[in-house]
Design a protein around this ligand. Sequence first.
Ligand SMILES: NC(=O)c1ccc[n+]([C@@H]2O[C@H](COP(=O)([O-])OP(=O)(O)OC[C@H]3O[C@@H](n4cnc5c(N)ncnc54)[C@H](O)[C@@H]3O)[C@@H](O)[C@H]2O)c1
Length: 252
Amino acid sequence: MLLKDKVALVTGAASGVGRAIALAMAREGASVVVADRNEMPGEDTVRLVQESGGNAAFVQLEVTEASRHVAVIERALELFGRLDIACNNAGISVGRSGKYNLLADSSIEDWHDIIDVNLHGVFYGMRAQLPVMVAAGSGCIINTASIMSQVAAERLGAYVASKHAVLGLTKSAALDYASSGVRINAVGPGYVDTPMLRFKSEGQRQELEARHPVNRLATPQEVAELVVWLASDKASFITGAYYPVDGGYLAQ
Ligand SMILES: NC(=O)c1ccc[n+]([C@@H]2O[C@H](COP(=O)([O-])OP(=O)(O)OC[C@H]3O[C@@H](n4cnc5c(N)ncnc54)[C@H](O)[C@@H]3O)[C@@H](O)[C@H]2O)c1
């Protein structure tokens, strides 16, 4: 077991990639704090972990509220006594309009929705998680970035900006805490088959598949396996790094 006796926090763990990360970490022996703003599907993740023999608890988290991150860490410590791993994974690709717009047609509200969750949420998360890890002299943070941390796509201005920023933030934080025993890395999935793609038509999905040299989307599990490995002691010399998991997307 790669994560035996570790305690892991996963944000956005009620769905998609986050749920797969929670399940994979539990399979590898971690106790998992399933954090999400959506309680019922979050409890479903806990149930799935428990049904597969793992240990997990749900804690409600709205990632755009800095104080909630602090409360979640306190709860994690109450529940499991320590925090070894944090995966800042919650993210959105569209704002309240539910539309992918050209930049000048994008509303200010949509811009703030996306930046608040994808960028501020990761900053607030690390800000709450790091003191516990620094005090312990060890820890590992993995931020879910994207291929859109390195390249762009049309009608995704705020999303691309947020994911580029998450990569810069990850590197900067890694330098700040490298000497404290805390490793901080980012993963960059290509398009993943999750509810995030619910706004896409069948034709658009096929077009997205064709953009990957492997001609398909990733499964959430394929992203989760990379995150588990980065979180494990096998990755002990890796910090400040960005790992794509993208079916060849960025090689083109
Ligand atoms: N699906 C893709 O194609 C893809 C590609 C690259 C990167 N990603 C990234 O992977 C991560 C997970 O995405 P996914 O595809 O699993 O999406 P998803 O929509 O299936 O799951 C996202 C989860 O985050 C939670 N969440 C959203 N906003 C939140 C908030 N303000 N506070 C708390 N929780 C919140 C949702 O409730 C949901 O459970 C995101 O950071 C996303 O940007 C996804």
